[in-house]
Design a protein around this ligand. Structure first.
Ligand SMILES: Nc1ncnc2c1ncn2[C@@H]1O[C@H](COP(=O)(O)OP(=O)(O)OP(=O)(O)O)[C@@H](O)[C@H]1O
Length: 342
């Protein structure tokens, strides 16, 4: 079941933001009028191919670079005019650990807490709280150099939460982590979300977006080309995929060339046989599935299994993130591969 945001108050509001790099002939518009918002207690996952503008957006929102035009605010504070207040409300954690390998986990957190202005005793208390919460208490006095990748990433996120932010930027938080560490981190991210933090997550992993995001925004060529919950994004993409497993490859080929095109009134190219499996896009959903099974039974072909599934986020991403832009932007993926993805 999808998570329901605790409150509709937007923590982050981005309105028609543009960003260009360079001037004159070298001017390159990277963001072309992007708008989005994130309520408290909600996770927005920003997806996009390499170069789509994700880092540019996060860098501007964290007040480290000015937008060319448009506005963005955090809890009502403008990222340009009120940059100082915005910095107090946000935290940024990236894929490269900011923690020091030569210090213990606890020393690192005490250091970051002192940087955030806590007294020595308050810093120690906060460090111990975070070590406990991030399941690092047992390793608190070990040098970070001896930590696993997952432990370092947890420590890194803990360091960005010395003072609880209203808005957290998580830039590819699980890149390079093993499956168990990723799941542990996902649990922690969900805890933060449930605690009311608004989270902007960039990730390369679609299963991560699927699991964590309340809203997905797919960036392409500087614009949002798809937006909604993971389920909405998949359903906007279109029809379900029907897969039927037969008991021989010959049967599968016959199903594709003859039996199914005749019964479903579709051209033979709509059907694909791979080994024993026949698949096709089922615009008619369960009706198509039932008709296909009926047709195969009538033709004495044995159906070992039949499934109807929504396209995965991978299908959506591969199809949408790389298409030619309407504005004539460069295609970064050829049509053959985009077609194959469906
Ligand atoms: N300082 C800069 N000067 C000129 N061009 C830049 C600068 N920073 C980024 N770009 C360009 O802007 C575009 C968007 O880059 P950006 O890093 O925001 O994309 P991204 O979506 O984060 O990509 P990735 O997934 O590879 O990190 C790219 O074409 C990049 O080459």
């Amino acid at each position: 079941m999808e998570h329901i945001a605790q409150t509709p108050d937007p923590v982050l509001v981005v309105s028609d933001i543009h960003k260009s790099y360079g001037t004159g002939a070298k001017r390159k518009e990277v963001l072309k009028g992007l708008s989005l918002s994130i309520p408290a207690g909600s996770i927005l996952s920003l997806l996009g191919a390499n170069g789509a503008g994700k880092t540019t957006l996060v860098t501007m929102l964290s007040t480290l670079m000015l937008p060319t035009s448009g506005t963005a605010s955090v809890c009502g504070y403008d990222i340009v005019r009120d940059a100082k207040q915005v910095r107090e409300l946000i935290s940024l954690t990236g894929q490269f650990a900011a923690v020091d390998a030569e210090l213990t986990g606890r020393e690192n957190l005490i250091f970051f807490a002192r940087l955030r202005g806590l007294s020595t005793s308050a810093a120690k208390i906060r460090a111990d709280e975070l070590l406990e919460r991030f399941r690092l208490a047992d390793a608190a006095r070990q040098l970070v150099g001896s930590y696993s990748g997952g432990m370092r990433r947890r420590l890194d996120i803990a360091a960005s939460l010395i003072v609880k932010p209203r808005l957290l930027f998580l830039d590819e938080p699980t890149t390079g982590l093993d499956p168990l560490s990723r799941r542990e981190l996902w649990d922690l991210v969900e805890e933060l979300r449930d605690d009311g933090v608004a989270i902007l997550l960039t990730t390369q992993y679609l299963d991560e977006a699927e699991r964590l995001a309340d809203t997905i925004v797919l960036l392409r060529d500087g614009r949002s080309v798809l937006e909604g919950s993971p389920a909405q994004v998949r359903s906007q993409f279109g029809s379900q995929i029907c897969r039927l497993e037969l008991d021989s490859h010959e049967q599968a080929l016959r199903a594709c060339s003859d039996i199914l095109p005749a019964r479903l009134g579709l051209p033979a190219e709509s059907f694909t046989a791979e080994g024993l499996t026949v698949s096709f896009t089922a615009a008619g959903g369960a009706d198509d599935l039932t008709r296909a099974i009926g047709a195969l039974k009538d033709a004495d072909a044995n159906v070992d299994s039949a499934t109807l599934a929504m396209p995965s986020l991978d299908d959506v991403f591969l199809d949408m993130a790389f298409e030619d832009s309407a504005g004539g932007g460069a295609a970064v993926k050829d049509n053959q591969t985009a077609g194959d993805a469906r």
